[in-house]
Design a protein around this ligand. Sequence first.
Ligand code: ASP
Length: 321
Amino acid sequence: MKATPVIAIHGGAGTILRQAMNAEAEARYHAALTDILRAGERILADGGSALDAVTEAVRLLEDCPLFNAGHGAVFTAAGTHELDASVMDGATLEAGAISCVTRVKNPVLAARRVLDVSDHVMFTAAGAEAFAEAQGLEFVDPSYFYTEARHQQWMKARGTSGTMLDHDAMTKFASDNDLIDPDKKFGTVGAVAFDAHGHVAAATSTGGITNKQAGRVGDAPLIGAGCYANDATCAVSTTGTGEMFMRMLAAYDVSAQMEYRGVSLEDASNDVVMNKLPRIEGRGGLVAVDAKGNVVLPFNTEGMYRGFARVGETPFTAIYR
Ligand code: ASP
């Protein structure tokens, strides 16, 4: 029997504590995740490609008022916003990525254009913006990415030498700043899908981590670290402390373990998230699908905004462990 197409998404992982959320905020997250899953599910139900489904899901996550990739991005140490995104097609192993853009409204659409039309895989900073402009993508003033919650988050972090995962910062400062506000935006985002044609794809988009040094690039736009897709194995999108995911080639490691060790998607993902990443203090999680339609959503933090939807079924969404 042919496996049912499926899409899975995440809206970032970190210290997302039940006691720091209220019922209304939780309901908004569940509703947003469900709506976006349904949009992806519709594309897959119509026979659309996994690549189109993940691109659209991440575009919606970028635009969604509750998540941070796109509007509401975190601040760099220089007080600016620098956005990263990537997309990969498991059918062809084609990939596209952009990093350090400051004016592209939907970074994932720029990454998708790189995949579709460019001989290259990744553009950065001014070159990435020139490419996006030549492709006719929508540009915004950098102030579009400003939100008060992010600014306060950064003001707190800026006196320290440290960086912070978005959701950690939100929780840390919730007590004195009430930053766990359902109307504010936070969360690196990603999507993976398996389509009716047997193909898988992945996409990831982020503002990065609060107080990152200007010019810092995280795992999200790096093929193999924050995003990977191969029909022979699986599609993976990650979220967490990017540097550790880069050193671990986390997304590719899930695929490689399946390919070289012949283990299941679940075993490979759990090994990376629960075993290998914690050894180098890597915090976060991932969503992944294999080319049989299996889905996993493991994370080693207190919470991860996540969900999946099989065509014809009610979407599943969750926040905490
Ligand atoms: N992985 C992202 C980065 O390091 C951050 C996150 O997932 O929230 O840029």
